[in-house]
Design a protein around this ligand. Structure first.
Ligand SMILES: [Zn+2]
Length: 57
């Protein structure tokens, strides 16, 4: 479970594992594809590398 700042929902929503359609390990972290509560397919990069780059930005 993680939170997603959805632009369609215009709020921060919780995404559960059952909504995740794929997880891909990339150089910049784990790319998670999921379907939001509003039905929009979205992608979020998670993991240590993603957090590090977000902190640096
Ligand atoms: Zn949404």
């Amino acid at each position: 479970m993680f939170d997603n700042n959805c632009q369609v929902c215009a709020t921060r929503v919780l995404i559960f594992q059952s909504q995740v359609s794929s997880m891909t390990n990339t150089d910049h972290g784990i790319e998670v594809t999921f379907t939001c509560w509003c039905g929009t397919e979205q992608t979020q990069v998670m993991g240590r590398a993603a957090r590090r780059s977000a902190h640096a930005a």
